[in-house]
Design a protein around this ligand. Structure first.
Ligand SMILES: CC(C)(COP(=O)(O)OP(=O)(O)OC[C@H]1O[C@@H](n2cnc3c(N)ncnc32)[C@H](O)[C@@H]1OP(=O)(O)O)[C@@H](O)C(=O)NCCC(=O)NCCS
Length: 148
């Protein structure tokens, strides 16, 4: 199943049917605040990037079972503006588990204030995290059997 299927399909402003994924893990939900807006009155992209970095770290931290560090933001796409008061939902899935690194895809969906429909996909990103030891050096990812 892809993220294009869901129990609650809706129509985006661009006419695309968009919905919250059912095949990815919900790793963060947050409501945007005026303090995080830019000169246009929309939410500052750097704030969104910080939230995506946090959200993206959830699954790698669990898989690595210890300290991790972000080594790369491989791709970051702002598809639609994020507005003050949006309810943002961050979904993540593992794309690759390497020797010491874990790469994830993060998708961010917005529900506008007092207007939960339509759901809008605002951002998607691809990030790589590295498992590190007490000295900040890469260490092997020992994936537990049964860990998703
Ligand atoms: C993360 C860090 C410990 C990695 O150390 P390193 O000596 O560069 O490690 P390596 O070259 O052995 O690479 C480690 C893993 O990262 C991957 N990697 C390194 N650079 C990468 C890049 N630009 N893109 C994607 N993956 C990368 C490697 O492929 C390797 O993965 P693998 O073991 O699964 O094959 C080190 O770069 C570091 O401390 N960076 C700063 C981290 C940080 O402060 N992040 C917060 C940003 S403010």
């Amino acid at each position: 199943m892809t993220s294009e299927s869901s129990a609650r399909p809706t129509n985006s402003p661009t006419g695309q049917r968009v919905h919250l994924p059912t095949d990815k893990e919900l790793v963060l939900k947050v409501i945007t605040m005026p303090a995080d807006s830019n000169v246009n009155g929309d939410i500052f992209g750097g704030w969104v990037m910080a939230q995506v970095d946090l959200a993206g770290s959830v699954i790698p931290a669990r898989l690595a079972g210890g300290r991790i560090a972000t080594v790369a933001v491989n791709q970051f796409i702002f598809k639609q503006p994020v507005k003050v008061g949006d309810l943002l939902s961050f979904y993540s899935e593992v794309e690759r588990v390497g020797n010491t690194s874990i790469t994830v895809k993060v998708e961010v969906y917005a529900q506008r204030m007092r207007q939960p429909e339509p759901i809008i996909k605002v951002t998607e990103a691809n990030l790589t995290y590295v498992a590190i030891d007490d000295f900040g050096k890469p260490r092997k990812v020992e994936q537990n059997p049964g860990t998703p």
